[in-house]
Ligand binder design. Structure first.
Ligand SMILES: Nc1ncnc2c1ncn2[C@@H]1O[C@H](COP(=O)(O)OP(=O)(O)OP(=O)(O)O)[C@@H](O)[C@H]1O
Length: 549
């Protein structure tokens, strides 16, 4: 159209850096972050991030270089989310559960030039650097983040506060030249395979942060309690999102029911997030740990399927739960189960079942669909026909680092293929049934392990449950449940099996129940591949009998 002029007045690459710059003025003297006795204001956080960027640039960091971090939810990790992009670099937050071998592999793969390490993880990081040195690879420079009550250096490494002091406040921030420029590198949780390096852009991070604010129902100046690891999908994009709203970030080094209840009471928390395991921790808190909620606390859950029972009990405890689903590849949250007023009058257990559905794409994403992975045709909205969950839009990753083949496979057909299986309800909302690697096929029938787990979770004695396929000579596979009981509760294998048979079609009920602690990733997902190995080692049940089913 004639008369248009694309220039810096009307076209600026989107970047979350602008959230911080605005908040440093609007929310200047408001508290930005609290970690024990340490508190900063938004003006201070902004200045610290500029210094961080300046120090990185001064030590040779250029556009596109990778800067890694190995830390729990502490102010330094928050500051790195702005300081690193402000130096034009790419932040790679590493999972704190990794060992030295994995950290060294990811440092090597990402070619990180720096690694910022919390003192608790110093040994792991030093082990990783040693592995790299032994292989003749130049290790990244380590910057140690000490606790405020450790004034004297605990190692000979560069120290974070000293590092910031090297930076200059008049540093010219290196904004992205193109909004598609990478802002962060997030390795997947490695639940089903080895971690893949997912690249996020400034544009995607900007859009998903805004979407996360909306789906968390965050207005100006929320008080956000950090239970989601900031290293996981950049804290579901709320590292940037809380800055946009001038909120207060409450850090929690170790997530526990006691710590959560205490923080809520002390800081008047308005919002928090957590995988269903965190919710489970909250609802099973002891009477001494529990405190009554004085204000409304909105909790966003996701990262794994939330059992309806858990959602039901969270709401009973007074929390307002929002359910979102996504993958590392979709910047964390990709959908939201938007609540409709007419559902509020339904029985509470039915409300929980409705909320356990994954919903529809959030406002930052273009489209989500359930498709036949071969024909790419949408499945009918009959709540029965299963297909693969696929995403399309501006909050889908740029690609996998150094793995074009995997990137092309993931985007084959013009959609991002999630590897999750689900159905579409008549109202258009989607419901996940399983990951394609986890679904059990028994006698030709698909068994959704999520559905079986939901029933197990509703048993009064069950604290945690996961279901995998056990090989079977007759059926191919049969469901095998791994269950952790609540403290002080008892239940036998027969009792659990009977309970499932009373609540599910018989073929879906587990035929074996193993009582033990469940292996989990640090992002709250059960490592089913470990359980599958155990189930496989059990072999087929001795006498497969049709009459029993
Ligand atoms: N709300 C949810 N309900 C059900 N499942 C969920 C939900 N949110 C996330 N998930 C599961 O988590 C997966 C995404 O996990 P993530 O990206 O953290 O790494 P991962 O897939 O576990 O790791 P890897 O790909 O290395 O195995 C989704 O594909 C889905 O299976």
């Amino acid at each position: 159209m004639e008369g248009m002029l694309k220039c810096s007045a009307n076209y600026v690459p989107l970047t979350p850096i602008s959230f911080l710059e605005r908040s440093a003025i609007v929310y200047r003297d408001c508290v930005s972050i609290v970690n024990g006795d340490v508190k900063y204001t938004w003006r201070e956080t902004h200045e610290r991030c500029i210094r961080l960027a300046s120090a990185l640039a001064g030590l040779g960091i250029s556009r596109g270089d990778v800067v890694a971090a190995l830390a729990p939810n502490i102010p330094a990790l928050y500051e790195l989310h702005f300081g690193v992009p402000m130096a034009g670099a790419v932040l790679c937050t590493l999972n704190t559960r990794h060992d030295s071998a994995m950290v060294s592999a990811l440092l090597r793969h990402s070619e990180a030039k720096f690694i910022f390490v919390d003192y608790q993880f110093l040994q792991i990081a030093e082990g990783a650097l040693e592995i790299l040195s032994k292989k003749g690879i130049k290790p990244p420079l380590l910057v140690l983040v000490q606790d405020c009550d450790q004034p004297t250096p605990i190692s000979s490494n560069l120290e974070y506060e000293g590092f910031l002091a090297m930076g200059k406040l008049d540093f010219e921030v290196r904004r992205p030249t193109d909004e598609w420029d990478p802002i962060s590198l997030n390795y997947t949780s490695g639940t089903t395979s080895s971690p893949k390096g997912v690249i996020y852009s400034h544009r995607g991070a900007y859009l998903n942060s805004l979407a996360a604010i909306l789906l968390n129902e965050m207005s100006s100046m929320p008080v956000y309690l950090w239970c989601v690891p900031m290293f996981h999908c950049n804290g579901w994009c709320l590292t940037w999102g809380v800055a946009a709203q001038g909120g207060t970030n409450i850090c929690l080094r170790n997530v526990s029911a006691k710590g959560i209840y205490e923080s809520i009471a002390q800081h008047k928390v308005t919002h928090m997030g957590g995988a269903p395991t965190v919710l489970n921790m909250i609802i099973n808190a002891s009477a001494e740990e529990r405190r009554s909620l004085l204000g409304k606390v909105t909790v966003m859950t996701g990262g794994a399927p939330p059992p309806p029972e858990v959602l039901f009990r969270m709401e009973e405890a007074g929390f307002n739960v929002t359910h979102s689903y996504g993958l590392t590849e979709t910047y964390g949250p990709g959908t939201v189960c938007t609540w409709k007023p007419e559902w509020a009058s339904l029985p509470r257990d039915l409300q929980a079942k409705i909320k356990a559905r994954q919903g529809l794409q959030h406002l930052g994403l273009e489209e989500i669909d359930i498709k036949d992975p071969v024909t790419m045709k949408s499945v009918p909205p009959d709540a029965k026909t299963m297909g693969e969950v696929m995403f399309r839009g501006n909050t889908v990753m740029n690609g996998y680092l150094k793995n074009l083949k995997a990137t092309e496979e993931a985007f084959n057909g013009g959609w991002f293929r999630s590897g999750d299986l689900g159905v579409k309800h008549p109202d258009g909302y989607i419901e996940l049934k399983d990951r394609s690697k986890d679904i059990i096929i028994s006698g030709g029938e698909n068994i959704s392990t999520i559905e079986v787990e939901s029933v197990l979770f509703s048993h009064p004695a069950v604290l945690e449950a996961a279901v995998v396929g056990r090989p079977d000579d007759y059926w191919g596979e049969i469901p095998c449940a791994f269950v952790k009981l609540k403290e002080g509760f008892n239940a036998s294998e027969e009792e659990i099996i009977k309970y499932c048979r009373d609540h599910l079609p018989h073929y879906m009920a587990p035929r074996t129940v193993v009582f033990e602690d469940l292996p989990k990733t640090s992002t709250g997902k059960v490592q089913k591949f470990i359980l599958r190995k155990k189930a496989k080692a059990m072999g087929s049940l001795k006498k497969p009998s049709i009459s029993k089913l």
